[in-house]
Design a protein around this ligand. Structure first.
Ligand code: 4AD
Ligand code: MG
Length: 460
């Protein structure tokens, strides 16, 4: 007997006299002399229709099956006379793997709200929408690894536990030791014991570790979880999120912009080409303008706009913003979205930001006021990518660290990359959840991660 998945069965090149498939019941209908099941196993969006004659083995238990029960079906894969599917299964036998009480199973055949589904994050992957989102997320992750492998980047694994605050924003979670010895100490002392006696945090970015690796291997990328102690309730920030961070030696800001643009357009194309069925669900039920938005994103190069020009546009437009803009102000989400959604109506890469609002490691421009920073802003999301050319000149970097009052000694290893064979280099971080939001039209970051972590959400 050929053991198969729903996807493989639906895409089978030919009928098959005997297959075995397992999955969860999406619907059951009883007719005179037989029953229908719609079976889903998560391998694809579609369900496999199973017809169980009353004389088939296990037919009696089928009549008692509720939505959500798991079953194993053995039978013949035949061309389906009904429309909507190529194949269906004529069951020879059905066995129950696990019952689901219809009175208490939370996912009934109706549309549930996102808010409700967040309260059952362990079951929502069984719905069409969350299954499709997770498959698209997986396709994007695979696509990212393929892309960088083809472009000659080495995948590097950077630590999650760190002693340094890459972004200098102080939004870090601290790592604390538990266990009998630590627990016996007074709190103040316990904190000083954090990581074997050192202060340790969860990383906000792998960049500081990726830079020395790029300054050895040339082109690297790291892709992993990052953490920010954001106490904000926005739909675009999570306390734990995945960041993709390429870092390139012998590269400048323009190379960095080129890479970001090429990567994002490649991944959007990949979703349209390889995730057509799952993407179709989002285009139909979540955001009907999604196909047009993404086609538009691919149609022309991204706009490239110096920060000073962005400020000009924002100060001379008629829009009433909550936060004022002037040179020196960080762009708020409302400004970023105005630029991408209303003014240019396409992705915009803003670059050369004022140095005072950016991190210590960014390359100082000759004007003395700006740094070689870049943010990729996209419609519907705002900031998708943040990156920069890195300050590779030792004297400039040391001066900046001192100017910001950061502990110079702590950066000795980072400064060594500038001390010995320094090279121009650049990199960026792409928020993976924001990318998933972009290609699915989902507007809340909590709905593009399996188990979101925000200041409200720690369950599951
Ligand atoms: O702009 P950010 O803070 O850049 C850095 O951390 C750099 N060290 C990256 C680098 O150059 N290697 O973060 C990068 C991206 C943002 O553009 C955004 O997409 C995402 O990470 N991001 C978040 N996504 C979800 N929740 C949060 N709290 C996020 N904070 C940043
Ligand atoms: Mg940023």
């Amino acid at each position: 007997i050929r053991r198969t998945t729903v996807k493989a069965a639906l895409e089978s090149p030919s009928p098959c006299p005997e297959i075995r498939v397992m999955g969860w019941v999406r619907t059951r209908r009883d007719a005179k002399g037989f029953s229908f099941l719609e079976l889903n196993d998560g391998s694809c969006l579609g369900n496999l229709q199973v017809i169980i004659d009353d004389t088939a083995e296990g037919a009696d238990l089928v009549k008692a099956l509720g939505v959500g029960a798991s079953v194993a079906v053995t039978g013949e894969l035949v061309a389906s006379p009904g429309k909507g599917q190529r194949y269906e299964v004529r069951a020879a036998s059905v066995s129950l793997l696990g019952a689901a009480d219809p009175e208490t199973y939370p996912l009934q055949k109706k549309r549930h709200s996102d808010e409700f589904l967040r309260t059952i994050a362990h079951l929502r992957p069984r719905t069409n929408k969350y299954g499709a989102m997770l498959r698209i997320r997986a396709a994007l992750a695979h696509g990212i690894h393929d892309y960088f492998a083809k472009e000659g980047f080495a995948l590097v694994h950077t630590p999650v536990i760190t002693g340094s605050d890459c972004e200098g924003a102080g939004e870090m979670f601290r790592v604390t030791t538990l266990g009998p010895e630590a627990a016996a100490l007074p709190v103040a002392e316990r904190l000083s014991q954090d990581f074997f006696g050192k202060e340790a945090m969860l990383t906000v970015s792998g960049q500081l570790s990726a830079e020395p690796l790029a300054c050895a291997l040339g082109r690297v990328y790291t892709f992993g979880p990052t953490f920010r102690a954001e106490h904000s309730d926005t739909s675009r920030h999570a306390a734990e999120f995945w960041m993709l961070e390429p870092e390139m030696a012998f590269a400048d800001l323009e190379d960095n912009m080129n890479l970001a643009e090429s990567l994002v357009t490649h991944l959007v194309r990949l979703v349209l080409a390889e995730c057509a069925e799952d993407f179709g669900l989002f285009a139909k039920f979540v955001d009907p303008t999604l196909p047009a938005t993404l086609e538009n994103l691919l149609a022309e190069p991204f706009v490239r706009l110096p920060y000073v020009e962005a400020v000009d546009i924002l100060t001379s437009c008629k829009k009433a913003f909550q936060y004022p803009v002037a040179f020196g102000a960080d762009l708020q989400s409302e400004h970023e979205r105005y630029l991408a959604e209303e003014h240019f109506k396409r992705p915009v890469i803003v670059y050369d930001y004022p140095k005072d609002i950016k991190a210590f490691y960014m390359r100082q421009n000759d004007d003395g006021k700006t740094v070689g920073a870049m943010d990729v802003l996209v419609p519907g999301i705002g900031e998708l990518v943040g990156g920069s050319a890195r300050e590779e000149r030792l004297d400039r970097l040391e001066a900046r660290i001192a100017e910001l009052g950061l502990p110079l000694e702590a950066y000795w290893w980072y400064l060594d990359t500038r001390r010995f064979g320094t090279v121009p280099h650049a990199g960026f971080g792409l928020g993976f959840e924001r990318l998933v939001m972009l290609v699915t039209g989902v507007t809340n970051i909590r709905d593009v991660m399996a188990f979101p972590r925000t200041w409200r959400h720690l369950e599951f």
